[in-house]
Design a protein around this ligand. Structure first.
Ligand SMILES: Nc1ncnc2c1ncn2[C@@H]1O[C@H](COP(=O)(O)OP(=O)(O)OP(=O)(O)O)[C@@H](O)[C@H]1O
Ligand SMILES: [Mg+2]
Length: 306
């Protein structure tokens, strides 16, 4: 277990920003941390990176306790904070060298090689001679990622690493995150559902400080859909009443004499029943396509439209 969180809480005044959350991340996994604005994502990340002390509960990173071993924990973690704080008057390489030193890396001989590696890893080569303040937003974001990677940490905690990137950069950074996960454990927060589906092994959805879901992206989608819709097309015309003979089907939408959308509950049972039905009626099935709920709808369902 690379990250283990147990009943972690943070109270600001009388507000419970994080309310007794527990989850874990295995080595090599990417956990997507999802939730509406103000849900408590950044606060959780600040506690895991030992930037803020928890009000209650515990957590460990690579077996090290965040309360009792904060320095050792920080050495294991690369952190990209929310809003990517950077020194705009520094040059890219100068800043990365600074990041190398403040991470306590004591072998300056190979710092240049490590800086070069991190620049290449995040695709900063063409912009590496500029001042940070002169870079576009996406490239500033890459500098933020490079500083999180410079000391080759085992764990990456990235608070909205893809916010404000154009679609090409988005694809690049997602690919980078996936590549990094071959060797590292990653938690990243985002508001983009497709990103979670594209990148993550696991999803934790948090709302008003509490975890409302903790599962794989696929499972979440299946589990939370009250209804499954399956689009079907048969070779020969078929009556709606005949389709309703299947007990798994709750409703039928007719598109044409051969083409329908069938409503049922459990996707797998429904699809199996449709296949068996087609065989029994000797009416070849030309199309059998599940229209699943998007993770976005699942998110709305769990967190309530704001
Ligand atoms: N230093 C602070 N003092 C008081 N309240 C705070 C502080 N930091 C955060 N909060 C409150 O805690 C709650 C959770 O904030 P947090 O920044 O963790 O949310 P988030 O999930 O990261 O949201 P976003 O998606 O907008 O970044 C919010 O209601 C916020 O106002
Ligand atoms: Mg935040």
């Amino acid at each position: 277990m690379s990250i283990s969180v147990h009943n972690l809480s943070k109270t600001y005044g009388n507000q419970k920003a994080v309310d007794s959350i527990s989850f874990s991340v295995n080595k090599g996994e990417i956990l997507g941390f999802l939730g509406p604005n103000g849900a408590g994502k950044s606060t959780t990340m600040k506690m895991l990176t030992c930037y803020l002390p928890p009000s209650a509960g515990t957590a460990s990173v690579c077996g090290l306790d965040i309360i009792h071993q904060p320095i050792a924990v920080k050495q294991k973690i690369g952190y990209l904070p929310e809003n990517n704080p950077l020194y705009y008057d520094m040059y890219v390489k100068e800043f990365l060298e600074f990041a190398w030193h403040i991470n306590g890396m004591k072998t300056p001989n190979n710092s240049q090689q490590k800086i070069k590696n991190s620049i290449e890893l995040v695709g900063l080569q063409v912009e590496q001679h500029k001042k940070i303040g002169q870079l576009s937003k996406g490239y500033k974001q890459r500098v933020g990622l490079a500083q999180a990677l410079i000391h080759e940490p085992e764990v990456l905690i990235l608070d909205e690493p893809t916010s404000g990137l154009d679609p090409n950069q988005l694809a690049d950074i997602r690919q980078l995150i996936r590549n990094l996960a071959k060797e590292k454990t990653i938690i990243f927060s985002t508001h983009i559902m497709q990103e979670v589906q594209a990148v993550c092994d696991k999803v934790v959805i948090i709302n008003k400080g509490k975890i409302v879901a903790n599962d794989t992206a696929d499972n979440l989608q299946n589990m939370l859909s009250n209804e499954t819709l399956v689009e079907v097309e048969f070779e020969n015309a078929i009556a709606v009443d005949a389709l309703k003979e299947m007990p798994q089907i709750h409703a039928v939408e007719k598109i044409s004499d051969t083409h329908f959308v069938l409503h049922g509950k459990q996707s797998k049972l429904l699809r199996k029943a449709i296949f068996e039905f087609a065989v029994q009626k000797n009416n070849p099935l030309l199309l059998l396509k599940e229209e699943s709920k998007s993770l976005e709808e699942v998110f709305h369902q769990l967190t309530g439209k704001q």
